[in-house]
Design a protein around this ligand. Structure first.
Ligand code: NDP
Length: 282
């Protein structure tokens, strides 16, 4: 293996330690950053993500509440719960865990959250603020990726960046953030012809497709920085990324592992966004 491993777990721990001072300052002013997560249904992966968000908040002495609703909850019931939380002056962050059951319209739900409490950064006004270069809340996963690149002193300005995946929660905001820092960005999707021709040009390659190990070493430019956002549970119960680590790590200059890469960073950036939200009250 030649690639340096970008350790998301270690970086997340360091960021958490650095947040202590800001949390203490808020507490000295009588403010305890508070997050409420709504989980609708019983998707096992969602339950794991929600628990780890909750535990991280509690460990740092922040307030965290998880509201669990049954899978057959009506859209109106969910919207009313969000409207109620919007009014709660002691609450700084509201997050609805995705995916939602099919009978509920995700965009309507996200756009019902008060944009000032939308710590996931998915509300259309927060997405627009990011697009126009003046972000309020940056979506946690791409925000975490930017922190990882920063920690490795990767030059983004002028770099060829390729983002594989174009979702609203990962791929699109990722591309915008890289572009904002001066990269030349290509966004690929499932219809892209000759994906490898694009990925092989990338100095910075971010993969977020949900297709286990679809990017292999032969698709990577030697020395490239490879960020694997994918989290896929294999039949053997083990987590796999969207990049084939064994072959990619022979070619890349630096690579994120799965697990222990982007995942821990996503959770820590949720802390950052919630603390920033609380700090706006000062
Ligand atoms: P979505 O399913 O919403 O989007 C997947 C994107 O990948 C789409 O744009 C799709 O294209 C594209 N895609 C699918 N197949 C291919 C292909 N063969 N070639 C090129 N592009 C393809 O997924 P998410 O963005 O929500 O998540 C992506 C992955 O990241 C998942 O594994 C998810 O579990 C993981 N994830 C990890 C997080 C973390 O904290 N580490 C947080 C969030 C997600 P099209 O637009 O054409 O459909």
């Amino acid at each position: 293996m030649s690639a340096a491993i970008i350790d998301g777990k270690a970086l997340a721990s360091q960021i958490k330690a650095d947040l202590q001072e800001r949390i203490a300052h808020l507490k000295s002013k009588g403010i305890v950053p508070a997050l409420t997560v709504i989980l609708v249904g019983d998707d096992p992966a969602s339950a794991v993500y929600v628990n780890s968000k909750h535990n991280t908040f509690v460990q740092l002495g922040l307030k965290s509440e998880v509201i669990r609703m049954p899978a057959d909850t009506s859209q109106e019931t969910l919207l009313n719960k969000i409207r109620e939380l919007n009014q709660d002056k002691n609450l700084h962050g509201i997050l609805v865990q995705l995916p939602l059951p099919k009978h509920i319209d995700t965009n309507t739900v996200i756009d019902t959250i008060d944009p000032n409490k939308d710590v996931d950064g998915f509300h259309v006004s927060n997405a627009g603020a990011l697009m126009t270069g003046n972000p309020r809340f940056i979506p946690c996963t791409p925000y975490g990726v930017m922190k990882m690149l920063e920690s490795q002193h990767i030059t983004i300005r002028g770099a060829e960046a390729v983002v594989v995946g174009a979702s609203n929660i990962v791929g699109k905001p990722m591309a915008l953030l890289l572009q904002k820092e001066g990269a030349t960005v290509t966004i690929c999707n499932s219809k892209t012809k000759d994906l490898a021709a694009h990925t092989r040009r990338a100095d910075i390659l971010v993969v977020a497709t949900g297709r286990p190990e679809m990017v292999t070493g032969d698709m990577i430019k030697p020395g490239a920085v490879v960020i694997d956002v994918g989290i896929n549970r294999g039949a053997d119960g083990k987590l796999k990324g969207d990049v084939e680590f064994a072959s990619a790590s022979q070619v890349a200059g630096a690579i994120t592992p799965v697990p222990g890469g982007v995942g821990p960073m996503t959770i820590v950036m949720l802390l950052v966004n919630t603390i920033e939200s609380a700090e706006r009250l000062l």
